[in-house]
Write a protein that binds this ligand. Structure first.
Ligand SMILES: Cc1ncc(COP(=O)(O)O)c(C=O)c1O
Length: 465
């Protein structure tokens, strides 16, 4: 039924109320959750208003919520479930392992097995270490770079996300008024918890600007330990780096002995050897996470043996890396069972599904007369409520600001139509998905836009083309 609304607040209330009536059990649990968790949630990225769905189970490409709705899962725990939910081989491997013990403070053969799989696929990772998360992986890669260079600063990209700690979140969101000039951004702490002295250790580089990046590296080389970059800017909207940009980072860091860290926590799924094999850019260090754990918590970092030597326990002052769940046998078992199934054929198939999704979404916006577009590459997709080109985080943020509350409301309308995705409108494909699932998501967008357009005429005409 087309939505009518006089103000954006009306529209928000109407859609929220409908969503809560549609998911009453989730609504009740969310109210209960507010007693235990600030705002009713234990994880910022998975939260959305008026409250997230409570998910009861997942199987293949689908999740089932506590009200019994079945939704196609395009979120896949923020891209970590490349085989979808409860893959038979993963369930078997983890069940066998848990019966033999879930964690030991010792070396295990499963660590060797997963390490060998990773090394054979990503040759730049001559040696590696496992961690309990992607955040820990990027942090340890930065420490590795510092210990090797004796320098302290890192350069990161505006809009780049590398985990849940200060350095990794600096300038994630280039807030207007705080972010400084586009060609020489200021460092913007994401929240009030950031220590200003830590921000002194960060240089922020505009994404996809090879000349600016080269100039920044050259100017700060004497104090710069590492440059860290995602080959596809993930959290800020699945924006691929240009080859020219990554190559400029590679050339300039090599020229000045600065360590180049490719953060492939998300992008390993883009090629058998990760995005580095697709771009043909070889980093000094790589961080991994998500898919290598087969759905269980994990991270890994590694690179040239001479750099990784700082972790050698027989070094006079080795870099301290101790992590209770690093290399835990459950994550190793799930990771091995998963990575055995992730081959070139699967990656191509997931990429073709991703391409079909992006083309369908773009068509849906065009047919509805709504300014919107998809970005992404391979199995990774994001929607933006703008028809302007999107090459960096400022472009993505401009789109979000222009759309105001509409992006979040569109996400709820898609949930009600059986499409589960990140509330920032991020989608990724998984092995159990079919073309029918992708077409279902496209129809859901068509339907949601048809419902939304009459209200947009009243409250957000700037979104209509
Ligand atoms: C590119 C990138 N690096 C690092 C991380 C941090 O990984 P984790 O959430 O496992 O700590 C993330 C998480 O989304 C990520 O997208």
């Amino acid at each position: 039924m087309p939505l009518q609304a006089e103000t954006i607040d009306d529209l928000r209330s109407r859609i929220h109320e409908h969503y809560q009536r549609w998911a009453p059990r989730s609504a009740a649990l969310a109210a209960e959750a507010r007693r235990s968790f600030p705002g009713g949630d234990t994880r910022m990225s998975a939260h959305y208003a008026p409250h997230p769905l409570f998910i009861d189970s997942g199987e293949g490409a689908r999740v089932r919520d506590v009200d019994g709705h079945e939704l196609v899962d395009f979120m896949n725990n923020f891209t970590s479930l490349i085989l979808g939910h409860a893959d038979r081989e993963v369930v078997r491997a983890v069940s066998e392992q848990v019966a033999r013990g879930s964690a030991v403070g010792a070396a295990t053969t499963s660590q060797l097995e997963l390490a060998e799989i990773i090394r054979s696929r990503v040759p730049s990772m001559e040696q590696l270490r496992f961690t309990a998360s992607g955040s820990e992986a990027t942090l340890m890669a930065i420490r590795c770079a510092r210990a090797n260079t004796g320098r302290r600063k890192i350069m990161k990209m505006e809009g780049g996300y590398h985990g849940s700690y200060e350095l990794a979140e600096a300038s994630l969101v280039p807030l207007p008024g705080l972010a400084g000039p586009a060609d020489a951004p200021d460092v913007v702490p994401i929240d009030a918890s950031h220590s200003p002295s830590l921000m002194d250790d960060v240089l922020v580089c505009p994404f996809n600007e090879p000349d600016a990046a080269a100039a920044l590296i050259a100017r700060h080389a004497s104090e710069l330990a590492a440059v860290i970059v995602e080959p596809v800017l993930g959290s800020m909207g699945m924006i691929p780096a240009s080859r020219e940009f990554l190559q400029a980072l590679r050339d300039e860091t090599a020229e000045h002995d600065v360590v180049l860290i490719l953060d492939e926590v998300i992008t390993l799924r883009l090629g058998v050897g990760g995005a580095q094999s697709v771009y043909g850019v070889t980093p000094d260090l790589t961080s991994l996470g998500k898919i290598i754990g087969g759905g269980l918590p994990i991270g890994a970092f590694g690179g040239r043996e001479e750099l990784m030597r700082v972790f050698h326990p027989e070094e006079p002052r080795p870099v301290m890396h101790s992590s209770t769940f690093s290399g835990n046998p459950l994550s190793m078992a799930a990771g091995v069972a998963t990575m055995h199934q992730v081959d070139a054929e699967l990656i191509d198939r997931l990429g073709a599904l991703g391409q079909r999704l992006r083309a369908g979404f773009d068509r849906a916006f065009e047919q509805a007369g709504v300014r919107g577009r998809s970005t992404g590459v391979g199995s990774l997709t994001n929607l933006h409520l703008t028809d302007a080109p999107i090459a960096d985080a400022r472009d993505a943020l401009q789109g979000m600001i222009g759309a105001g509350a509409i992006g979040g409301l569109l996400h709820l309308l898609m949930l009600e139509r059986g499409v589960f995705a990140a509330s920032r409108l991020m989608y990724c494909t998984s092995s159990p998905m079919t073309e029918g699932d992708v077409d279902h998501a496209v129809s859901a967008l068509e339907d949601a836009l048809a419902e939304l357009v009459p209200a947009l005429e009243q409250v957000a005409p700037q979104l209509l083309s």
